[in-house]
Design a protein around this ligand. Structure first.
Ligand code: FAD
Length: 106
């Protein structure tokens, strides 16, 4: 079985970084592909209880792929739902660019 923590860190890094560099004004093709990426996670993510939580959360709050600011916020909020579920501190979603775009990595 995969290491759920390491997989999680790697996946969040990929998702938040991809959102931080997603276009401000994505083309329909880019939007469609981002939606496919996000909708594929609950199907393929190799931590089945993580995947089923994510499926519920995405159903309740559909992804906003209209631009990088909205997408970064949407992801930040989903990640915060996981943080809360795991008893971790929540992250200030005004700071996603500092963490994932402008600032240095951990
Ligand atoms: P992580 O939560 O991995 O965060 C990595 C870094 O992201 C942090 O150091 C911080 O700088 C930054 N960050 C933190 N919160 C935010 C935010 N809201 N927005 C932007 N940046 C942020 N684990 C389980 O045990 N059970 C689950 O059900 C579960 N579901 C998951 C679902 C998904 C879709 C993913 C990707 C992961 C899931 N995980 C789950 C793994 C879990 O979220 C963590 O990745 C793992 O516990 C390691 O946590 P961490 O404290 O190292 O930091």
């Amino acid at each position: 079985l995969p290491d759920v923590e390491q997989l999680g860190r790697a996946t969040w890094t990929f998702l938040h970084t991809t959102a931080a560099y997603y276009p401000e004004r994505p083309t329909p093709f880019q939007r469609a592909n981002m939606l496919n990426l996000l909708h594929s996670l609950p199907v393929l993510y190799p931590c089945s209880h993580c995947a089923s939580h994510l499926a519920e959360e995405t159903k309740r709050t559909p992804p906003d792929v209209s631009g990088r600011v909205a997408l970064s916020r949407w992801l930040c909020e989903r990640h915060n739902e996981v943080n809360e579920r795991l008893g971790k501190e929540t992250f200030d979603c005004a700071k996603t660019d500092d963490r994932w775009r402008d600032g240095p990595p951990d």
